[in-house]
Design a protein around this ligand. Structure first.
Ligand code: GDD
Length: 316
């Protein structure tokens, strides 16, 4: 079993690589020439890391022609919502054209590969009160260029399945957190700030953005198990939510993190952290996926946050 992971050097990608190895798969991935690979340090001798960029079809053709994988997990993306307002063209190009390059290459090479597309709860955008928990049939009303790019990725996956019968399974993961999470994302950012305060590197003041948003959090280690199951047991052409089903206010998340430190920390809003529009509520219904695959999250949110804080305590 040969598995190809785009975005393998990233947060979810590195955990997914580890999970695929535990399944006995031979793991391949690409990295851009300047990418950091520290997330993979512990398994670098067990995986095959090639140079490549999803935005460059030439490099994808070469790599996929050589590997001819059974599974592709497509995780590579510009994944930070605020950056998508600052660099919308780059976000749309990387996310949409990057995926197109993979589909076209698989088609041209005539591969019978199963492909997972990492969509997002951001595709749902505005969700009305009577629409939660959100099912896969909910209208998509994205509120950021990032959300739009994920809708396009999702629908492109649908269309390539319909047009060419390609074995594409789309997942819409809600927020996933854990150690190694990029420091710009909320749980990781708050945890890093707390660790810095504990070390005396900063005053006891934590900078925050919108604390009123509600998100549905799952541990990244549970999410990568779901990605594997999506290809093992999911229906090609179909789309699945991956979510815990519980909504947590960002303020509650911050309170849990603050309860894990002995230091008294003041909370201060930083206007630069506010977004032009922030999705107010995302709570997912993942019963379709659970029934199809038997998946359910196993790691508590408290453990996810504690592990993330400990991760930063070792690093700052
Ligand atoms: N990043 C950040 N920093 N977010 C903050 C902050 C802060 O200081 N303060 C409050 N927030 C709020 C954001 O406004 C948002 O409502 C929520 O915390 C989560 O922000 P992020 O962690 O940046 O994640 P996201 O929800 O925008 O997007 C993540 O989840 C999506 C799945 O729903 C990303 O991982 C996306 O790539 C992913 O698709």
């Amino acid at each position: 079993m040969k598995v190809f992971i785009t975005g393998i050097t990233g947060f979810a990608g590195s955990y997914l690589a580890e999970h695929c190895l535990s399944k006995g798969a031979k793991v391949f991935g690409i990295k851009r020439w300047r990418s950091q690979t520290e997330n993979l340090d512990h398994i670098v001798n067990k995986i095959n890391l090639l140079e490549g960029d999803i935005r460059d079809v030439t490099s994808i053709t070469e790599v996929l022609g050589e590997i001819r994988p059974d599974y592709i997990f497509h995780l590579a993306a510009q994944s930070f919502v605020p950056t998508s307002w600052k660099a919308p063209a780059e976000t749309l190009t990387t996310n949409i054209i990057g995926e197109l390059n993979i589909f076209e290459t698989v088609r041209e090479l005539g591969l019978d590969t199963s492909i997972q597309i990492a969509g997002s709860s951001e595709e749902y955008g505005i969700v009305y009160e009577d629409e939660t928990p959100i099912t896969e049939d909910n209208p998509l009303r994205p509120l950021s260029p990032y959300g739009v790019s994920k809708v396009a990725q999702d629908l492109l996956g649908y269309q390539y399945h319909q047009s060419y019968g390609m074995k594409i399974v789309r997942t819409r993961a809600f927020n996933h957190e854990g150690p190694k999470r990029g420091e710009v994302f909320v749980s990781s950012n708050f945890a890093k700030q707390i660790a810095e305060i504990e070390k005396g590197l900063n005053d006891p003041v934590i900078k925050v953005g919108n604390l009123e948003a509600i998100r549905d959090f799952t541990d990244v280690r549970d999410v990568v198990r779901a990605y594997w199951l999506a290809l093992e047991k999911g229906e090609p052409g179909d789309v699945y939510n991956i979510a815990s089903g519980k909504g947590i206010k960002i303020k509650e998340m911050l309170d849990i993190l603050l309860s894990l430190t002995d230091i008294k920390i003041k909370v201060e809003q930083d206007p630069a952290r506010m977004r032009p529009s922030d999705v107010p509520v995302l709570i997912g219904d993942s019963s379709k996926f659970r029934e199809k695959t038997g998946w359910q999250p196993e790691i508590s949110f408290e453990k996810t946050l504690k592990d993330t804080l400990d991760y930063w305590r070792e690093r700052v």
